[in-house]
Design a binder for this molecule. Structure first.
Ligand code: ZN
Length: 247
Protein backbone atom coordinates (compact mmCIF):
# COMPACT_ATOMS: atom_id res chain seq x y z
CA UNK A 1 0.00 0.00 0.00
CA UNK A 2 1.34 3.41 -0.86
CA UNK A 3 1.15 6.29 1.59
CA UNK A 4 -0.85 9.31 0.45
CA UNK A 5 1.55 12.10 -0.47
CA UNK A 6 2.05 14.53 2.38
CA UNK A 7 0.66 18.02 1.74
CA UNK A 8 2.91 20.87 0.64
CA UNK A 9 3.27 23.19 3.64
CA UNK A 10 2.89 26.74 2.35
CA UNK A 11 3.42 29.98 4.28
CA UNK A 12 2.15 33.20 2.68
CA UNK A 13 4.10 36.15 4.13
CA UNK A 14 2.87 39.71 3.75
CA UNK A 15 4.22 42.94 5.16
CA UNK A 16 0.53 43.89 5.67
CA UNK A 17 0.97 47.66 5.95
CA UNK A 18 -0.80 49.12 2.90
CA UNK A 19 -4.03 47.40 3.89
CA UNK A 20 -4.20 49.27 7.21
CA UNK A 21 -3.04 52.63 5.80
CA UNK A 22 -4.97 52.94 2.57
CA UNK A 23 -8.77 52.43 2.44
CA UNK A 24 -8.59 51.64 -1.29
CA UNK A 25 -6.21 48.76 -0.66
CA UNK A 26 -8.32 47.62 2.30
CA UNK A 27 -11.42 47.57 0.09
CA UNK A 28 -9.67 45.24 -2.39
CA UNK A 29 -8.06 43.06 0.31
CA UNK A 30 -10.17 43.39 3.50
CA UNK A 31 -8.18 40.69 5.33
CA UNK A 32 -4.89 41.47 3.60
CA UNK A 33 -3.35 40.22 0.36
CA UNK A 34 -1.88 37.23 2.17
CA UNK A 35 -5.37 36.02 3.13
CA UNK A 36 -6.65 36.41 -0.45
CA UNK A 37 -3.76 34.35 -1.81
CA UNK A 38 -4.00 31.84 1.05
CA UNK A 39 -7.76 31.41 0.55
CA UNK A 40 -7.16 30.41 -3.07
CA UNK A 41 -4.38 27.97 -2.19
CA UNK A 42 -6.53 26.41 0.53
CA UNK A 43 -8.91 25.30 -2.22
CA UNK A 44 -6.09 23.33 -3.87
CA UNK A 45 -5.66 19.68 -3.12
CA UNK A 46 -2.45 18.71 -1.35
CA UNK A 47 -1.58 22.06 0.22
CA UNK A 48 -1.61 23.08 3.87
CA UNK A 49 -1.53 26.86 4.01
CA UNK A 50 -0.56 29.26 6.80
CA UNK A 51 0.07 33.00 6.79
CA UNK A 52 2.61 35.24 8.53
CA UNK A 53 3.01 39.02 8.70
CA UNK A 54 5.70 41.55 9.56
CA UNK A 55 4.23 42.73 12.85
CA UNK A 56 3.89 39.27 14.37
CA UNK A 57 6.64 38.20 16.77
CA UNK A 58 9.67 37.31 14.66
CA UNK A 59 7.58 38.41 11.65
CA UNK A 60 5.67 35.15 12.08
CA UNK A 61 8.74 33.30 10.83
CA UNK A 62 10.04 31.50 13.90
CA UNK A 63 12.63 28.79 13.45
CA UNK A 64 9.94 26.16 13.82
CA UNK A 65 7.63 27.83 11.31
CA UNK A 66 10.40 28.22 8.74
CA UNK A 67 11.56 24.64 9.25
CA UNK A 68 8.00 23.44 8.73
CA UNK A 69 7.52 25.42 5.52
CA UNK A 70 8.07 23.78 2.13
CA UNK A 71 7.23 26.86 0.06
CA UNK A 72 7.32 30.47 1.25
CA UNK A 73 5.49 33.22 -0.66
CA UNK A 74 6.73 36.78 -0.03
CA UNK A 75 5.03 40.17 -0.57
CA UNK A 76 6.69 43.31 0.82
CA UNK A 77 7.05 46.94 -0.20
CA UNK A 78 7.10 49.72 2.41
CA UNK A 79 9.04 48.04 5.17
CA UNK A 80 11.78 45.85 3.68
CA UNK A 81 14.24 47.43 6.13
CA UNK A 82 12.15 46.39 9.11
CA UNK A 83 12.67 42.70 8.38
CA UNK A 84 15.26 41.52 10.91
CA UNK A 85 18.51 40.20 9.48
CA UNK A 86 18.31 37.14 11.71
CA UNK A 87 15.01 36.19 10.05
CA UNK A 88 16.41 36.86 6.58
CA UNK A 89 19.34 34.56 7.33
CA UNK A 90 17.01 31.88 8.71
CA UNK A 91 14.94 31.96 5.52
CA UNK A 92 18.06 32.02 3.33
CA UNK A 93 19.50 28.92 5.01
CA UNK A 94 16.20 27.14 4.64
CA UNK A 95 16.06 27.98 0.92
CA UNK A 96 19.59 26.60 0.49
CA UNK A 97 18.37 23.41 2.22
CA UNK A 98 15.48 23.01 -0.22
CA UNK A 99 12.55 25.31 0.69
CA UNK A 100 10.89 26.91 -2.33
CA UNK A 101 10.57 30.70 -2.43
CA UNK A 102 8.06 32.69 -4.49
CA UNK A 103 8.74 36.43 -4.50
CA UNK A 104 5.92 38.67 -5.66
CA UNK A 105 5.94 42.14 -7.21
CA UNK A 106 7.69 44.75 -4.99
CA UNK A 107 9.35 41.88 -3.15
CA UNK A 108 12.11 42.39 -5.74
CA UNK A 109 13.66 44.73 -3.14
CA UNK A 110 13.10 42.40 -0.17
CA UNK A 111 16.26 41.66 1.82
CA UNK A 112 15.79 37.93 1.29
CA UNK A 113 15.52 38.27 -2.50
CA UNK A 114 18.55 40.57 -2.74
CA UNK A 115 20.54 38.23 -0.50
CA UNK A 116 19.76 35.25 -2.72
CA UNK A 117 20.34 37.13 -6.00
CA UNK A 118 23.49 39.00 -4.97
CA UNK A 119 22.61 41.95 -7.20
CA UNK A 120 20.83 45.30 -6.66
CA UNK A 121 17.52 43.94 -8.04
CA UNK A 122 16.81 47.48 -9.25
CA UNK A 123 14.37 48.09 -12.10
CA UNK A 124 12.61 50.88 -13.98
CA UNK A 125 9.28 52.05 -12.71
CA UNK A 126 6.66 54.64 -13.60
CA UNK A 127 4.33 56.29 -11.13
CA UNK A 128 1.24 56.29 -13.30
CA UNK A 129 -2.13 54.93 -12.37
CA UNK A 130 -3.51 51.80 -13.94
CA UNK A 131 -1.23 50.76 -16.77
CA UNK A 132 -2.27 47.84 -18.95
CA UNK A 133 -0.04 44.76 -18.63
CA UNK A 134 0.07 41.88 -21.11
CA UNK A 135 2.00 38.84 -19.87
CA UNK A 136 3.32 36.74 -22.77
CA UNK A 137 4.27 33.10 -22.25
CA UNK A 138 7.86 32.40 -23.30
CA UNK A 139 8.07 28.80 -21.99
CA UNK A 140 4.89 27.04 -23.07
CA UNK A 141 4.42 23.75 -21.25
CA UNK A 142 6.40 24.77 -18.18
CA UNK A 143 4.74 23.42 -14.99
CA UNK A 144 4.30 26.97 -13.64
CA UNK A 145 2.31 27.89 -16.75
CA UNK A 146 -0.09 24.92 -16.76
CA UNK A 147 -3.54 26.06 -17.81
CA UNK A 148 -2.28 29.44 -19.03
CA UNK A 149 -2.96 30.46 -22.65
CA UNK A 150 -0.23 32.08 -24.76
CA UNK A 151 -0.85 35.37 -22.91
CA UNK A 152 -3.11 37.03 -20.39
CA UNK A 153 -4.00 40.64 -19.70
CA UNK A 154 -4.20 42.62 -16.47
CA UNK A 155 -6.18 45.77 -17.33
CA UNK A 156 -4.81 47.69 -14.35
CA UNK A 157 -1.28 47.29 -13.08
CA UNK A 158 1.85 49.25 -12.23
CA UNK A 159 4.61 49.39 -14.86
CA UNK A 160 7.97 47.72 -14.15
CA UNK A 161 10.53 47.94 -16.95
CA UNK A 162 13.94 46.61 -17.93
CA UNK A 163 16.66 46.68 -17.03
CA UNK A 164 15.86 44.48 -14.03
CA UNK A 165 19.19 43.86 -12.31
CA UNK A 166 19.03 40.17 -11.43
CA UNK A 167 21.40 37.33 -12.34
CA UNK A 168 20.63 35.56 -15.60
CA UNK A 169 17.73 33.25 -14.64
CA UNK A 170 17.50 29.51 -15.24
CA UNK A 171 14.27 30.12 -17.13
CA UNK A 172 12.30 33.14 -18.31
CA UNK A 173 8.67 32.09 -18.32
CA UNK A 174 6.82 35.34 -18.95
CA UNK A 175 7.55 38.70 -20.52
CA UNK A 176 5.26 41.65 -19.87
CA UNK A 177 4.54 44.60 -22.11
CA UNK A 178 3.04 47.86 -20.88
CA UNK A 179 1.15 50.80 -22.32
CA UNK A 180 4.27 52.93 -22.66
CA UNK A 181 6.02 50.26 -24.76
CA UNK A 182 8.19 49.00 -21.91
CA UNK A 183 8.90 45.30 -21.46
CA UNK A 184 9.83 43.30 -18.35
CA UNK A 185 10.83 39.72 -17.58
CA UNK A 186 7.89 39.08 -15.27
CA UNK A 187 8.33 35.39 -14.48
CA UNK A 188 11.81 34.00 -13.81
CA UNK A 189 13.32 31.03 -11.98
CA UNK A 190 16.62 30.41 -10.20
CA UNK A 191 18.13 27.65 -8.07
CA UNK A 192 20.08 28.43 -4.90
CA UNK A 193 21.49 25.37 -3.16
CA UNK A 194 18.65 22.85 -3.12
CA UNK A 195 15.98 25.58 -3.21
CA UNK A 196 13.92 26.73 -6.17
CA UNK A 197 13.08 30.41 -6.51
CA UNK A 198 10.38 32.02 -8.67
CA UNK A 199 9.93 35.76 -9.11
CA UNK A 200 6.47 36.80 -10.35
CA UNK A 201 5.94 40.47 -11.16
CA UNK A 202 2.21 41.33 -10.89
CA UNK A 203 0.64 42.43 -7.61
CA UNK A 204 0.53 46.19 -7.11
CA UNK A 205 -1.58 46.80 -4.02
CA UNK A 206 -3.95 49.35 -5.62
CA UNK A 207 -5.37 46.89 -8.15
CA UNK A 208 -7.24 43.58 -7.69
CA UNK A 209 -4.40 41.53 -9.19
CA UNK A 210 -4.59 38.71 -6.60
CA UNK A 211 -8.23 38.19 -7.49
CA UNK A 212 -7.28 37.46 -11.13
CA UNK A 213 -7.74 33.79 -12.03
CA UNK A 214 -4.60 33.59 -14.21
CA UNK A 215 -2.42 35.20 -11.55
CA UNK A 216 -3.77 32.82 -8.91
CA UNK A 217 -3.24 29.86 -11.25
CA UNK A 218 0.41 30.81 -11.78
CA UNK A 219 0.95 31.16 -8.01
CA UNK A 220 -0.64 27.77 -7.26
CA UNK A 221 1.39 26.13 -10.06
CA UNK A 222 4.53 27.77 -8.72
CA UNK A 223 3.89 26.34 -5.25
CA UNK A 224 3.77 22.81 -6.71
CA UNK A 225 6.88 23.48 -8.81
CA UNK A 226 8.90 24.98 -5.95
CA UNK A 227 8.04 22.32 -3.36
CA UNK A 228 11.10 20.26 -2.42
CA UNK A 229 11.10 16.79 -3.92
CA UNK A 230 12.18 14.21 -1.36
CA UNK A 231 13.85 15.89 1.61
CA UNK A 232 17.31 17.10 0.61
CA UNK A 233 20.30 14.97 1.55
CA UNK A 234 22.72 16.90 3.73
CA UNK A 235 25.75 17.98 1.77
CA UNK A 236 29.16 18.08 3.43
CA UNK A 237 32.88 17.89 2.92
CA UNK A 238 33.63 15.19 5.49
CA UNK A 239 36.50 12.67 5.22
CA UNK A 240 35.70 9.86 2.86
CA UNK A 241 37.28 6.44 2.51
CA UNK A 242 37.89 5.32 -1.05
CA UNK A 243 37.65 1.71 -2.17
CA UNK A 244 41.17 1.50 -3.56
CA UNK A 245 44.69 1.43 -2.18
CA UNK A 246 48.07 2.49 -3.53
CA UNK A 247 50.00 -0.49 -4.84
ZN1 ZN B 1 3.70 48.22 -6.65
Amino acid sequence: MTQPPSPIRVTVWNEFRHESKNPKVASIYPAGMHETIAAHLREMEGMRVATATLDETGHGLSEQRVNETDVLIWWGHLAHDEVADVVVERVRQRVLAGMGLIVLHSGHFAKIFKALMGTTCNLKWRDEPADREILWVTRPGHPILQGIDDHFVLPQEEMYGEYFDVPEPLETLLISSFGGGEVFRSGMTWARGAGKIFYFRPGHELYPTYHDSNVLKVIANAVRWAAPTPPPTPVGYGRREFGWTES
